[in-house]
Design a binder for this molecule. Structure first.
Ligand code: ZN
Length: 374
């Protein structure tokens, strides 16, 4: 996979980086990466991988470009409206970098075709917005021994995770109960347009590191980005021996089409409480356990009486402080971090966790204006 003089000019800034250099650029040229979902996440991921000289780039999507996509799906412009995304995306990527091969897969990913589609690739990026697809992609990657960079977005928050075969947990190890509340349905929940730009670009970064072998990937770490509060948090997580797909005695041996999930992606095991509903609960004789997952400075500025303080980043290690039958109410500033806390609680078999929707900002707005929320 030697570079032509023309390619040496194109990738000059990579060649100058000693960590990448000629050998790394040749690895990029030899790499075959499949981007599942040519949407908000897949757009920046595919654009940067094409620009970076990823030699074979697959783009899998069965939808067509709609006007409401253009707020975030920067792979397309207005002239691409109504065109199949896979085909319009291929055209755009080929125009950006004619040196690479772009393959359009205008199909819906299914258990029946996933093995065949993935067979031609070394690495998969998942930016799909369907929970069923997320598990299907994970299971196929585990079964085929393919690394996977998975991202999800919801309103103002996103998460990122990298699976490396044999080297760390898979997506099911993190979320075995099919809960991922961050698998946003952008149509229903809305999404800040620039948010997938951040997460998709991080996906491309992980892919380039996996291909060239530089740096440390997000293996065993779930990265959470909160755009409203401009915070990155990280949850360390280990492989589960009882994981149904990558564990010691797996029960999943073939990719399966999952059952459709609730349309908003929030698991049924997480209760959603409005500020008014929480207010009503707190007036009862037996009050629920309140768990505030914000950072120390936020908690010290103002919090609800008797709230247990466990910053989200510490929660995995401190879940034992929450009794299994406590039915805790998790809260943060705006409801994003606490939703992740609920998902961790579900995973730890804590019964009936609740999320304060809209967070303490909603509480301050509708119940107690004297509460200081920073
Ligand atoms: Zn697993």
């Amino acid at each position: 996979m030697a570079l032509s003089p023309h390619e040496r000019s194109r990738y000059q800034r990579h060649l100058t980086l000693s960590e990448i250099g000629l050998a790394g650029q040749e690895r990029l040229k030899a790499a075959r990466v499949l981007v599942v979902g040519a949407g908000g996440l897949g757009s920046p991921a595919a654009l940067y991988l094409a620009a970076a000289g990823c030699g074979t780039l697959g783009l899998l999507d069965c939808d067509r470009v709609e006007l409401s996509n253009l707020q975030r799906q920067v792979l397309f412009d207005t002239t691409a409206l109504t065109l199949p995304k896979a085909l319009a995306g291929r055209e755009r990527l080929s125009a950006l970098n004619p040196e690479i091969r772009v393959i359009a897969h205008e199909v819906e990913l299914k258990a029946a075709n996933v093995r065949e589609l993935f067979a031609g690739y070394d690495l998969v990026l998942d930016g799909s917005d369907r929970l069923a697809t997320r598990y299907l992609v994970n299971d196929a990657c585990v079964l085929l021994g393919l690394p996977l960079v998975s991202a999800a977005i919801h309103r103002f928050e996103g998460q990122l995770f990298t699976y490396r075969p044999g080297a760390g947990p898979c997506y099911r190890c993190l979320f075995p109960e099919a809960p991922d509340g961050l698998v946003g349905n952008c149509a229903q929940a809305g999404v800040l347009g620039v948010l997938p730009g951040v997460l998709g670009t991080l996906q491309a970064t992980e892919a380039i590191k996996l291909i060239t072998g530089v740096g440390a990937t997000l293996t065993g770490r779930l990265l959470i980005y909160d755009a409203l509060e401009m915070r990155f948090a990280e949850l360390r997580t280990a492989r589960r021996a009882d994981c149904p797909v990558c564990g010691a005695t797996p029960t999943i041996h073939e990719p399966k089409d999952a059952q459709p999930m609730p349309s908003d992606g929030v698991p049924e095991k997480v209760r959603r409480l409005s500020a008014a509903e929480l207010d009503e609960l707190l007036r009862r004789p037996v009050k629920p356990l309140l768990v505030d997952v914000r950072e120390v400075d936020e908690f010290e500025a103002g919090h609800l009486p008797d709230a247990l303080h466990i910053p989200l980043g510490e929660l995995p290690a401190r879940l034992a402080e929450i009794p299994k039958d406590a039915a805790p109410v998790f809260m943060c500033r705006s409801g994003g971090r606490s939703l992740n806390a609920c998902l961790l609680a579900v995973r730890a078999n804590i019964a009936s966790p609740a999320n304060l929707e809209g967070g303490l900002r909603a509480w301050a707005a509708s119940i107690d204006p004297s509460l200081k929320v920073i």
